[in-house]
Design a protein around this ligand. Structure first.
Ligand code: TYD
Length: 214
């Protein structure tokens, strides 16, 4: 396959409260201003499995860790087939709010083996060109969720859970992972995100006649 025409897959990852969704929106705007065709998407998706998962958010009682993992995997299979692969084939830039590193980290924190989850996903899900892994301590993230969003924490967001999730994210080792410090203002973090994406575009477009960024 011609890699220059395949599109690009960029995932935002990190624990809750790191500002992934805001950063994704800002990056999409920047890329669109550069004339790029961007697809914004997220996991859990808005499809049937994603809706089922969202209904579990307030309480995970009544479902086993294995059943929870199976739901996230089914949601991703559908997401890959219906959204991600068609967009990549059309040469678009896909920005996804969460991808399979979240499964490794969150379902890993619930007792599954993170590396086995990574390996299972890598059999069917396109490997991302770049994962922007936004990093924040779990106490900073809980503070943001509580005070900025004014929300109570759901079962995925309890501080001890997030501490375990953050530790698994910290241990994941893949060449496409770029760790981005999420402490600081939205604009400071945006600059860090853009610096990584600029590098990616320069690398992927090397030799092409299309200016990567300016
Ligand atoms: P989140 O991105 O916070 O959704 P929203 O902000 O739209 O409500 O994701 C919801 C939760 O799902 C989050 O706490 C992490 C969890 N999650 C997993 O446990 N495994 C996964 O594979 C994914 C994609 C998400």
């Amino acid at each position: 396959m011609d890699m220059n025409r395949r599109g690009l897959l960029i995932a935002f990852e990190g624990i809750d409260g790191t500002g992934k969704s805001s950063q994704l929106q800002m990056l999409a705007t920047t890329l669109e201003q550069l004339g790029r065709s961007v697809v914004i998407t997220r996991e859990p998706t808005d499809g049937p499995y994603g809706r089922k998962i969202r209904s579990l958010f307030t309480s995970r009682a009544g479902i086993t860790p294995a059943e929870e993992l199976a739901l996230f995997m089914a949601d991703r299979r559908e997401h890959v087939r219906e959204v991600i692969e068609p967009a990549l084939r059309a040469g678009r830039i896909v920005l996804t709010d969460r991808y399979y590193l979240s499964t490794a980290a969150y379902q890993g924190a619930a007792g599954q083996d993170p590396e086995a989850i990574m390996a299972a996903n890598e059999t069917f899900a396109p490997v991302p060109d770049l994962v922007l892994l936004l990093t924040l301590t779990s106490s900073q993230s809980v503070h943001r969720i509580r005070s900025l969003r004014g929300e109570a924490l759901n079962d995925f967001e309890q501080e001890d859970t997030l501490t375990r999730v953050a530790a698994i994210f910290a241990g994941l080792d893949r060449s496409y992972i770029a760790r981005v410090d999420a402490a600081g203002s939205l604009l400071e973090v945006r600059d860090r995100v853009e610096a990584r994406v600029r590098l990616l575009l320069a690398e992927k477009l090397a030799g092409g006649d299309c200016p990567a960024w300016e």
